[in-house]
Design a protein around this ligand. Structure first.
Ligand SMILES: [Fe+2]
Ligand SMILES: [Fe+2]
Length: 331
């Protein structure tokens, strides 16, 4: 059964639907132009990455976990067209943010395409190695590759047409808070997995993607600041949205839990790296909404269940959070 069928997100459903004019956020024209100038200055060349030959992929350094991780990231990145369509619809009364979304969309499409290209090269490299008598891990790696990735992409896009993760009644402040956090987590994942993988082509791609995701994260974070400055009363709605936050994979991928834990293990394999990741996550949320509200998000939210209502009612304890943060600070 698909994850979608069983998980209707709790979302702050008591809020009335918004009219298009109530969905205006957001940036000034200058901020959109600034984003574009940075985009031009720091953009990496997709052409250059596509031209990297499959022979550059170090098959001996690759692990089944690397393959699983690259595939999972590719699948989540593949739904960008639907995400863009929904964002444009949401913000249609706001020309400036629609302009931003067009630029953001190009960057997200590059992420999908470069990962899809990488997987094709991995297949070619493995087939060549197998034809030459194989190697210690070729059979294992070949078995790890999904044979019907194209169908999986279709499936993801069908799901995102039904549920793109942001309910229409979300206030702009809730939307940008949620999106900023999503971009942050994605950047963290790419950056940390890039440090762990031994395969240099994949590490290079992930480092480039992480930088893009961080620029996205910061753009949305600035917009949240604008929303809160303009109307501090939306803070409680923002806290509610962050309490029910979940990554898009949770409603897009059938085997999300398996993929999520594989990605977590590959990017944050040790207890120390998990703790450090949490400390950075807490700092991010604290920067967005302040320390007291961040504590509420983590202790009251469905954090351990990716936004889905958790019948086990597992919650983080405030003492645990404090201990993790202060340990880091005193280290
Ligand atoms: Fe991306
Ligand atoms: Fe992004």
């Amino acid at each position: 059964m698909s994850k979608l069928a069983k998980s209707t997100f709790p979302f702050t459903g008591a809020q009335p639907p918004l009219t298009p004019s109530e969905r205006r956020t957001v940036p000034s024209r200058d901020e959109v132009i600034t984003f574009f100038k940075t985009h031009e200055r720091v953009s990496w060349s997709l052409t250059e990455l596509l031209e990297i030959p499959w022979t550059s992929i170090d098959v001996d350094a690759l692990t089944p976990a690397d393959i699983f991780v690259a595939e999972s990231a590719l699948l989540v990145e593949s739904n960008s067209p639907d995400y863009v369509a929904n964002l444009i619809e949401y913000y249609k009364a706001d020309q400036d943010i629609c302009d931003f979304i067009m630029m953001w969309a190009i960057e997200e499409w590059k992420h999908y395409y470069v990962l899809a290209d990488y997987m094709t090269k991995v297949r070619t490299a493995l087939a060549a190695r197998a034809a030459n008598g194989g190697g210690c891990n070729v059979t294992e790696l070949a078995a790890a590759i999904r044979q019907d990735l194209g169908d999986d992409v279709d499936d993801v896009r069908a799901k995102s047409a039904e549920n793109w993760g942001i309910p229409p009644h979300y206030l702009p402040a809730q939307l940008v808070a949620s999106t900023s956090l999503q971009e942050f987590v994605t950047a963290e994942f790419y950056r940390n997995h890039a440090q762990r993988t031994k395969e240099p082509v994949l590490a290079n791609i992930e480092n480039l993607l992480a930088k893009d995701e961080t620029r996205h994260e910061m753009f949305y974070e600035e917009r949240l600041k604008n929303c809160l400055e303009r109307d501090p009363d939306v803070m409680s709605a923002v806290v509610a949205a962050l309490k029910e936050f979940g990554m898009p994979g949770a409603y897009l991928l059938n085997d999300y839990e398996k993929r999520r834990s594989a990605m977590e293990a590959a990017a944050f394999p040790t207890l120390g790296s998990k703790r450090d990741a949490f400390v950075r996550l807490f700092a991010k949320v604290e920067r967005m909404i302040g320390r007291a509200n961040a504590m509420r998000v983590f202790t009251e939210g469905n954090y351990l269940s990716d936004g889905v209502d958790d019948p086990s009612r597992k919650k983080m304890k405030p003492e645990l959070i404090t201990r993790m943060i202060t340990r880091k600070l005193s280290a």
